[in-house]
Design a protein around this ligand. Structure first.
Ligand code: CA
Length: 238
């Protein structure tokens, strides 16, 4: 039996709104090493459209952007009743700037310059809310996902995952058997920045199936016709 309602599982992909290329690539690399995928937007306008298009888990928002203050983006989200967790980056550490950020609806702030370790810790803390699906350790029917190591484990067997495969399996595990749509899987795996060929998802899922089999994980990645994909215990899927 396959549950028919697509789950709003949260991906491990975040939006970074930052116009400084060096800082952006530093954050991309730092969070990437923690298994978190990053899409960077250099303007408020690009960020707004990106946030409407893809189900990001979180946004990191700089204040000084070419087309305005990052606070206006957070205000716009909140005005649209969008509760996406937002971490504000600011060069200003004055009390009134922090208060302004939190008043605008930011969930946390980090003054520049910052250590990438601290940013990673803050991002993880925000992504763990709400607790039911943003847990650090992802376990599903004995399959454990280790984002920091880009691998998955079953009993004593462990296998490494390519970046897109990691994002796909995280989303499938968080969905916990519910059907996940193709568009949601593609968004989690590739975001907005990379060109995706029509069969890229099928190729990546094919590799994931082989890797699940290689570590004897008792799970089946089921194609639910016209709906999407579901990760189910092998005995339930048979
Ligand atoms: Ca800036």
């Amino acid at each position: 039996m396959v549950p028919s309602v697509p789950a709003p599982a949260v991906s491990n992909r975040i939006a970074l709104v930052e116009d400084h290329p060096r800082l952006a690539s530093l954050v991309e690399r730092g969070l990437g090493a923690a298994g978190i995928a990053v899409d960077t937007f250099a303007t408020l306008e690009a960020a707004w459209h990106g946030l409407l298009r893809l189900p990001y888990a979180l946004a990191i928002v700089d204040r000084g952007l070419p087309d305005g203050d990052g606070l206006t983006l957070i205000r716009r989200l909140r005005a649209a009743d969008n509760q996406l967790p937002c971490l504000m980056l600011t060069a200003k550490d004055a009390l009134h700037d922090r208060v302004a950020g939190l008043d605008a609806g930011a969930d946390d702030y980090l003054p520049k310059p910052f250590a990438i370790e601290e940013l990673t810790a803050r991002v993880r803390a925000l992504m763990r809310r709400p607790a039911e699906f943003r847990e650090l350790h992802l376990i599903y029917h004995g399959l454990q996902i280790l984002p920091e190591l880009s691998c998955m484990r079953h009993q004593q067997e462990q296998i490494s995952l390519a970046p897109a495969e990691l994002q796909l399996i995280i989303l499938m595990v968080r969905a916990a058997g519910q059907v996940v749509r193709r568009t949601a899987l593609e968004a989690a795996a590739w975001g907005v920045s990379d060109a995706v060929t029509p069969n890229a998802l099928d190729v990546a899922l094919h590799r994931l199936r082989k890797k699940l089999a290689a570590i004897d994980a008792p799970l089946a990645l089921i194609n639910v016709r016209n709906l999407g994909f579901s990760l189910l215990p092998s005995d339930a899927a048979a």
